[in-house]
Design a protein around this ligand. Structure first.
Ligand SMILES: NC(=O)c1ccc[n+]([C@@H]2O[C@H](COP(=O)([O-])OP(=O)(O)OC[C@H]3O[C@@H](n4cnc5c(N)ncnc54)[C@H](OP(=O)(O)O)[C@@H]3O)[C@@H](O)[C@H]2O)c1
Length: 182
């Protein structure tokens, strides 16, 4: 990143059926393989998150190691130990672009931040973990226009097939990446 080019912006989330991503300020499932996938995808790059998501991370795990953590909040003077604090998404993206690994910036939630990222057109791709769970939630993933093509999925899906990995906790899941049309 030289500072003159815009970074690539990717959003990453896990969703249950119906697009549920959270309930009561947390994620109502335990899929360690998805947590490992999040680390693998985001390591070395800045991660931007909303204040509520920041507060949902147990203090032992925040800030996410090896990544510049950027928290957005409208609260003046908000302190997030070990993270940068920005007053809006635009300034967070600028700070991220100046951070180590800032050629690729991750939006790490939650619902408000994904929605704003998609609405404002800054998101180039979405990396989604689909969980085979029926869960009631209060926070949802943004709907992606069908023109966002699937770049890859794991496991690969055959025609008319839905293939899954199975977590050691028993939850079925799969990963996919969707890309904004050029
Ligand atoms: N499944 C997943 O992959 C995943 C990932 C992340 C989070 N989650 C879940 O999502 C839920 C949290 O999501 P959420 O939608 O409630 O909250 P959020 O997006 O994490 O945070 C919302 C807060 O961020 C700040 N904010 C948002 N947009 C802003 C803007 N444009 N400018 C300045 N500040 C802004 C505001 O903070 P202030 O109120 O302080 O001003 C707002 O209240 C939790 O249940 C969490 O577990 C799920």
């Amino acid at each position: 990143m030289t500072g003159s080019e815009a970074p690539e912006v990717a959003a990453i989330w896990a969703q249950a059926h119906g697009g549920v991503i959270g309930r009561g300020g947390t994620m109502p499932w335990h899929v360690p393989e998805d947590m490992a996938f999040f680390v693998e995808q985001t390591m070395g790059h800045p991660v931007i998150m909303g204040r509520r998501t920041w507060e949902s991370i147990p203090s032992a795990y925040r800030p996410f190691a090896g990544r510049t953590n950027i928290v957005i909040t409208r609260q003046a003077g908000f302190l997030a130990e070990g993270a940068l604090v920005c007053p809006d998404l635009e300034s967070a993206l600028r700070a991220a672009a100046q951070s180590p690994g800032g050629d690729l910036v991750w939006l790490a939630g939650g619902g408000q931040v994904y929605a704003e990222g998609l609405r404002s057109g800054v998101v180039d791709r979405a990396v989604i973990t689909r969980l085979d769970l029926e869960i009631d939630g209060d926070t949802h993933a943004p709907a992606l226009d069908p023109s966002w093509a699937t770049a890859w999925s794991s496991p690969e899906q055959g025609p008319g097939e839905t293939a899954w990995h199975t977590s050691r906790t028993g939850v079925r899941y799969r990963f996919e990446e969707r890309r904004r049309p050029a």
